[in-house]
Design a protein around this ligand. Structure first.
Ligand SMILES: Cc1ncc(COP(=O)(O)O)c(C=O)c1O
Length: 345
């Protein structure tokens, strides 16, 4: 079976983690501090605070911006549930925004229609690795949190994605652009990032009030640093795979993502079908290829809300096929052939 996603682990990664384990310094320490420096340099931002996951990063970014009870936060409906959880954990109310058919992130026009005096922030994901233009969201006049969970390594007009909002978040989950098993970060201006560093820990702090432990271990940070050093090679390989898919699928019956002026790093290669993805997914599985719906289920469906036509359309036509650096060209061809056969049927 060709897996839907798989991390690229090299001997150098293993050696870096082993060295940390041998050192006995397992918990947050110099590797976490080193990862924070590496990320800030890579993303052209003042500072980074490394935390335990992308979801924790979103929650702590919102808290750093003083978003809480009485606020609304604009988020896409067509996205993983992490955003909804982060907003509700802060005590704020998520306001769902319909999808943009081109970027597959949230629609700036629909976001504008849903802004109120209570809007405390908007979370803008660079969905599936495509860096979106932040300008229309900045124009909403509320703090923008850039969600780079799927887009580490992407550029917008020569600037790394993650440097244009009030804050940005990253994820180092096992399937992401760089993998540490779990992990995340908040990046941006030093004063806001300092609030995240303060909030991720509970030890020896006054007063005794609700706090959390959202720290990353040095073992994970060492793996993330080792992977970050290879990010450019990962992005190049993902782009080469995408180009090969585009060529192989050019005359088939599914829509394929363009490279959007090299803004796309292809965390996911999402194809648009003319039919229900479940049938195609089953046909691919029968030919040894694991494919997934790119979003499990849009949030508006879980909440019984209506008025999200574009997200509905995406949910009922989009399918994510394997795309990761460890995929061999022969496997890319096998996936493409299986997809062509499945959509032809
Ligand atoms: C766009 C987006 N934001 C946030 C997250 C949450 O990241 P994590 O799984 O590290 O909590 C994910 C995870 O899939 C994601 O895709």
């Amino acid at each position: 079976m060709i897996a839907h996603s798989k991390p690229s682990i090299a001997e150098a990664d293993v050696a870096r983690v082993a060295a940390v384990v041998r050192s006995g310094q397992l918990a947050q320490g110099p590797e976490v501090a080193g990862l924070e420096r590496d990320l800030a340099t890579r993303l052209h931002v003042d500072a980074a605070a490394v935390v335990s996951s992308g979801t924790a990063a979103l929650e702590l970014a919102l808290r750093a911006l003083h978003v809480g009870a009485g606020h609304e936060v604009l988020i896409p409906t067509y996205v993983c549930d992490a955003l909804h959880h982060a907003v509700t954990r802060c005590g704020a109310r998520p306001v769902l925004v319909d999808a943009d058919p081109v970027t597959l992130s949230l629609s700036a026009k629909d976001a504008e229609a849903r802004v109120t005096a209570r809007t405390g922030a908007v979370i803008v994901p660079h969905a599936f690795g495509l860096a979106v233009d932040l300008a229309p969201f900045v124009a909403l006049g509320v703090p923008v949190i850039e969600d780079c969970a799927q887009a580490l390594g992407a550029d917008v007009d020569g600037r790394p994605a993650g440097a244009a909002g009030a804050l940005a978040v990253c994820s180092f989950y096992a399937t992401k652009m760089i993998a540490a098993g779990e992990g995340g970060a908040v990046v941006g201006p030093a004063a806001l990032v300092a609030r995240v560093r303060e909030a991720r820990d509970y030890d020896e702090r006054e007063p005794l009030a609700p706090r959390m432990n959202a720290k990353l271990t040095d073992m994970q940070a060492a793996l993330a640093r080792s992977q970050l050093a290879r990010l450019d090679a990962f992005v190049a390989r993902r782009r080469a795979i995408a180009a090969r898919y585009r060529e192989r699928l050019a005359h088939g019956e599914c829509r394929v993502p363009g490279d959007a002026g090299r803004r796309h790093v292809y965390h996911r290669f999402v194809v648009g079908l003319e039919r229900d993805p479940a049938g195609v997914q089953a046909a691919l599985a029968a030919r040894g290829v694991a494919a997934r719906r790119p979003v499990f289920r849009p949030a508006h469906r879980a909440l019984g809300l209506e008025g999200y036509p574009e997200a509905e359309r995406l949910w009922s036509t989009a399918l994510s096929i394997p795309c990761y650096p460890a995929l061999a060209d022969t496997e890319v061809d096998q996936v493409a052939d299986a997809l062509l056969a499945a959509v032809r049927r």
